[in-house]
Design a protein around this ligand. Structure first.
Ligand SMILES: C[C@H](/C=C/C(=O)SCCNC(=O)CCNC(=O)[C@H](O)C(C)(C)COP(=O)(O)OP(=O)(O)OC[C@H]1O[C@@H](n2cnc3c(N)ncnc32)[C@H](O)[C@@H]1OP(=O)(O)O)[C@H]1CC[C@H]2[C@@H]3CCC4=CC(=O)CC[C@]4(C)[C@H]3CC[C@]12C
Length: 264
């Protein structure tokens, strides 16, 4: 009987067709982050990027919660402040300083607090149960949102709302999160993963080269002047038209059948 490592206990990784489902799995502490969990998450992101058969990923939490951020109890024993010379400009497991080459969908139930809302900002599509709650509550505990929120949040939602959430550390419910554009879908509690998998399935049925090119364009043109952005967009887009898949699509339409994309 193979031994189950702490990494495998704290983070479940499951392949469903072309989709990798990553589940933070410490429900007894609202899926608070642990070293083993973060290590397995980083491995999962490497798998998503490296495997051409994987076309999308879903990140969720076990036990009706998403993630309660860093383990505050564990932090009393091993504190970030004691980690001398640590470079926190990149935290691969939290997708800070790293973006996946394929779409990542968040399926949120319950608490997505602090590190939970931080990693949410690295996802592309976000589905939450109506009872979910969000917040960047590190300052409540005298901590800094080192998962990237002080940089990313103001780029994803209106400035004054981002500043409000970052400075107050207050929690908001899914309805407000949708209203401010932090998430895109609110569903009945317990059904977030169902919709996330449905959306991942739609993405996985699309031409993978086109999907990944669109994602790359969104990201790499973000801070460019418009005309420079169109120059890069055209270069990336033309490479898609040069693919076999770009010929398969119209052919399948003409032949009234489902395209069989090969990712080349
Ligand atoms: C900076 C990065 C992020 C930091 C943080 O996230 S700070 C943590 C902030 N978290 C919170 O504010 C949430 C606290 N919890 C709550 O508010 C509530 O629990 C809730 C709203 C989430 C739920 O409320 P509830 O009423 O439904 O449930 P409860 O009864 O409260 O909870 C049930 C049960 O769970 C326990 N619980 C809940 N939350 C936590 C928690 N966060 N920690 C521990 N336990 C929790 C609660 O106590 C109850 O238990 P019970 O026994 O039943 O009473 C950091 C993110 C990652 C860091 C890097 C990690 C790797 C590194 C290692 C190093 O050594 C240092 C450097 C670093 C790279 C490190 C750097 C900093 C991070 C990037």
């Amino acid at each position: 009987m193979p031994t189950v490592t702490p990494e495998d206990q704290h983070c479940l990784v499951e392949r469903r067709g072309h989709v990798l489902v990553v589940t933070m799995n410490r429900p007894e502490v609202k899926n608070a982050l642990s070293g083993p969990m973060l290590a397995r998450m980083a491995q999962a992101w490497d798998e998503v990027d490296a495997d051409p058969q994987l076309r999308a990923a879903v990140l969720t939490g076990a036990g009706g919660s998403f993630c309660a951020g860093a383990d505050l109890k564990a932090m009393t024993a091993a504190h970030p402040g004691d980690s001398v010379g640590l470079d926190l400009s990149r935290i691969e497991s939290l997708l800070k300083g790293r973006r996946l080459s394929k779409p990542l969908i968040a399926a949120v139930e319950g608490a997505a607090i602090a590190g939970g809302t931080e990693i949410l900002q690295a996802t592309d599509i976000r589905v939450a149960g109506e009872g979910a709650r969000f917040g960047v509550s590190e300052p409540r505990w005298g901590l800094f949102p080192m998962g990237g929120s002080a940089v990313r949040l103001v780029r994803q939602i209106p400035y004054t709302v981002a500043a409000d959430l970052l400075l107050t550390g207050r929690h908001i419910r899914a309805a407000e999160a949708k209203q401010i554009g932090l998430i895109g879908h609110v569903v009945p509690d317990g059904t977030a993963l169902e919709l996330a998998l449905e959306l991942a399935g739609l993405i996985a049925a699309n031409g993978p080269i086109a999907v990944q090119a669109i994602l790359r364009t969104i990201r790499e043109t973000e801070a460019l002047p418009e005309n420079d952005a169109f120059t890069l967009e055209a270069k990336i887009g033309m490479a898609v038209f040069g693919s076999e898949d770009a010929r398969e699509g119209p052919r399948a339409f003409a032949e009234k059948r489902t395209p069989q994309f090969k990712g080349r």
